[in-house]
Design a protein around this ligand. Structure first.
Ligand code: SAH
Ligand code: SF4
Ligand code: F3S
Length: 459
């Protein structure tokens, strides 16, 4: 069998795609790069906003046409698959295999079955399953928990992924060991709310460390860099900031979604913290990690959000000074409390506010990135950048970074870089040796090609 997988959604979905892909490989399937080569196409779906759902519809439309012309098995997995909305879509587009986020290990059974197979149960075996480490990659995701116990009124995730289940620390450490043996240098611990690790359904699990202590344990594994996402402000303890500060491998990067700067909106979102409490967490983070790089998620145009509420978000933004942010216009999702109880604001209003917020973020990103010019950063290089003669990677603070190639360095690895230019979206620098001297660059014969992507670098 030749399988092609397509992934939408968050990093948890990327992890799940990897998990299913490795199952397929273990059954003897070949993974191919395009739909044209495949006899099985599996889409890992996201349901968090309307847009990713529309995307799935349009891809399935194309696949259904193909299926009319030649043998093709169509699969749909992930969050949308778990919802009635997704199942309706699946029926309409003649999906053969449907796997919710808790049934991923049914993929084998699904492919053996001669008829339509729909797996929608949340199965415990998934938490003990350790997928083989990614091959030839320096970065890996590691899911430490599934599901979510919060009930933010706008959010469909608790419905699609079920209640929170933490993975046993032994499984996490075993998976990490395998990743390390495969050469992984940076691991991102994943969960919808990693700070609540080890406390499922409000009950502390015996034999499970707190998230802060899990960070300390993972820090002793020998992995070079540790990141984690997502943190919920409600569960963010000062001990997490302390653990970050005292564990050298944990990167100085915190993604702490605030969603809104208005207490009134936060209450309607059922976020369970106030603006003041959020700012208190930020102060704690800065106290323990003065050079912390901060990122957030924001929803603009939540039902009932007034201009004054939105201005509270803008002012909170300036108070914190985020390096980066994921910014969304509120999308009313069937099945969520806010869909049921609140009236959606006009689209133009949401778009207008989003545009203003994006402009502000761009301004902050420009300032933050510019402040790094002249600094020395540890960059994990992945390989060739878009423009020829350059390599790309990212810093401990998650800043995308581009450097000119030097002799002897192919890309894969962690290297020291002196930053010399910055835009809101990118930092540019030079690879340096132990004495801080620039390493000799590989001569570039097509400077105009490089200039297309990196005008600053060529200046
Ligand atoms: N568990 C994570 C986030 C999960 S979803 C957390 O609580 O931080 C990722 C982001 O999508 C959220 O942080 C939120 O900003 C956004 N989001 C979720 N539901 C949304 C909706 N209905 N409309 C717009 N954005 C939404
Ligand atoms: Fe959704 Fe809130 Fe859970 Fe995040 S914490 S996944 S936003 S319900
Ligand atoms: Fe989307 Fe599910 Fe992730 S809804 S954001 S793929 S948890």
């Amino acid at each position: 069998m030749k399988a092609h997988l397509i992934t939408y959604g968050c990093q948890m979905n990327e992890y799940d795609t990897h998990l299913v892909q490795s199952q397929l490989v273990s059954f003897g399937a070949q993974i191919v790069d395009s739909v044209d080569e495949a006899d099985f196409v599996l889409i890992n779906t996201c349901a968090v906003r309307g847009k990713p759902v529309d995307k799935v519809r349009s891809v399935l439309g194309t696949l259904r046409k193909l299926k009319a012309e030649r043998p093709l098995v169509i699969g749909m997995m992930g969050c949308l698959a778990q919802l009635e909305e997704g199942q309706q879509i699946a029926r309409k587009f003649e999906v053969d295999v449907l796997l919710g986020p808790g049934s991923l290990l049914d993929i084998g059974k699904a492919l053996e079955s001669n008829e339509r197979f729909w797996g929608l149960q949340f199965k415990d075996e998934l938490h003990d399953h350790i997928p083989p480490p990614p091959q030839g990659k320096l970065q890996a995701h590691l899911t430490i928990m599934r599901g979510c116990d919060h009930h933010c009124t706008y959010c469909i995730v608790p419905t699609t992924r079920g209640p929170q289940v933490s993975r046993h620390p032994d499984q996490i450490l075993r998976e990490l060991e395998m990743q390390l043996a495969a050469g992984v240098q940076e691991v991102t611990l994943l969960g919808q709310n990693v700070n609540a690790y080890g406390v499922d359904g409000g009950a502390k699990l015996a034999g499970y460390p707190s998230f802060a202590n899990l960070l300390r344990m993972v820090g002793q594994s020998g992995v070079r860099r540790i990141k984690f996402t997502t943190s919920h402000p409600m569960n963010f303890t000062e001990d997490v900031a302390a653990a970050m500060a005292e564990t050298p491998a944990v990167c100085e990067f915190v993604h702490l979604p605030v969603q809104s700067g208005s207490n009134r909106v936060l209450r309607r979102m059922a976020r369970e913290y106030t603006r003041e409490e959020y700012l208190h967490h930020i102060a704690n983070i800065r106290k323990h990690i003065p050079n912390a790089v901060l990122a957030t998620d924001i929803i603009v145009g939540f039902p009932g959000e007034t201009e004054a509420d939105f201005e509270d978000t803008l002012s909170l933004y300036d108070e914190v000074g985020y390096d980066s942010a994921y910014m969304f216009a509120y999308s009313a999702r069937p099945g969520t409390p806010s869909y049921k109880h609140f009236e959606d604001l006009p689209r133009e209003l949401k778009v207008e506010r989003l545009t203003r917020l994006i402009a502000k973020q761009k301004d902050w990103s420009a300032r933050k990135n510019a402040a790094h010019v002249g600094s020395i950063q540890e960059v994990l290089l992945r390989g060739d950048a878009f423009s020829e003669g350059f390599l790309e990677g990212h810093t401990r603070g998650n800043h995308p970074t581009v450097v000119p190639k030097v002799l002897g360095i192919t890309g894969a690895g962690v290297h020291r870089v002196r930053i010399n230019q910055a835009t809101p979206h990118m930092m540019y620098g030079n690879l340096i040796d132990a004495n801080g001297e620039n390493l000799p660059e590989v001569p570039r014969f097509a400077p105009e090609a490089a200039a297309l992507v990196s005008p600053l670098q060529m200046a």
